[in-house]
Design a protein around this ligand. Sequence first.
Ligand code: MLT
Length: 325
Amino acid sequence: MKTLAASLTLATALAVMPQMAGAQDYPTQPITIVVPFTAGGPTDTVTRLVAQAMSADLGQQIVVENVGGAGGTLGAGRVAQAQPDGYTLLLHHIGMATSATLYRELPFNALEDFEYVGLVTEVPMVMVGRPDLEAETLEDVINFVREGGEDVMYANAGIGAASHLCGLLFMEAIDTQMTTIPYQGTGPAVTDLMGGQVDLMCDQTTNTTPQINEGSIKAFAVTVPERVESLPDVPTGAEAGIDGFEVSIWHGVYAPKGTPEEIVQRLSQSLQVALADETVIARFGDLGTVPSPAEDATPEALQAKVQSEIDLWRPIIEAAGVYAN
Ligand code: MLT
C-alpha cells in the first residue's frame, strides 16, 4: 500500500511539475493581451498603455490582439477557451458584467471561466455629436432626438459595449428610440462621427477628449457626477438637466480559468506596477481618467466588481427589455 501511495504522490508531483516550473520562472515567452474591440478605440488605448508598462516590469514582450465583434463577447470567449498558462490574457470593461444579462447565449461565463487579475481604470463617458449637428446643449440634443426619433443615427460598438449601455440609459431617460449603427469598436465609430456619417454617440473620454478639444466633434454632457478635468467646459448630465444618465466604464484584466495562482499573483503585481507608472498616470489624465488604486488591481477586487455589476445591471437591462439574442 505504501508503494502505491508513494507512486501516486510521485505521479501527482510529475503532473504538476511543468506548471510549477512555469509559474516559478514566468514569463519565459511573449504574452498576448486580447482587446475585444477593434484597434484605435478606448479599450485598445487603455490596453496599449498598460501593456507597455507591464512589459517593462515583466521583461517580456506583450502583444495586443484586437478581436472585435458582438459587443466584446467574441474576444472574451476567445480568452475563456485559451490555454491557462498565463500567456493569453483579456482586458475588457463593464461589458464583462452586462453581457451576462444582455446575451442569453454566451461563449463564456464571467463568473466561472476566468481567473481575475485586477481592475485597471474607471473611465467617464461623454455624449458627443457630429461637428455640424444643429445643437449646442444637451437640451438641444434631446429636442433633436425627440423630433428625429429613428431618423437619428446613434453609433455604438455592439450590444454590450459601453457605448451601447450609455445609449440605452439616454434613450430610456428621454423615452425616445434612435437608430443604432453598430461598429466593431468606437475607434472607427468616432471617425464616422467626425465625418458626419452618424449623428450621435456616447463614448469614453479616452476616445473623445482630443477630438472634443480640437473641435472635430461636439460634446454635450459627461456621465459622471463631477465634471471631468480634461473636459472642464462639458457639463454633467445632472447639470444639463437629465436624470439617470450616469455610467462610468471600469476595466479589468482576466486570465483563463485554471491559470496557476502564482502566475495570476505575478500579473496582479505587474499590473499594480504599471498603474503606478508616471507615463501611464499622465496619459490616463490627458484622456480624462485615472488608474485604479493598487488595492483594486487585485483578483479579489475584480471578482467582487464583476459580481456586483452583474447584479446592478441585470434589472436595468431587464426593464429596458433589450437583449442581444
Ligand atoms: C465600447 O463602446 O464598449 C468601447 O468604446 C468599444 C471600444 O473600446 O472600441
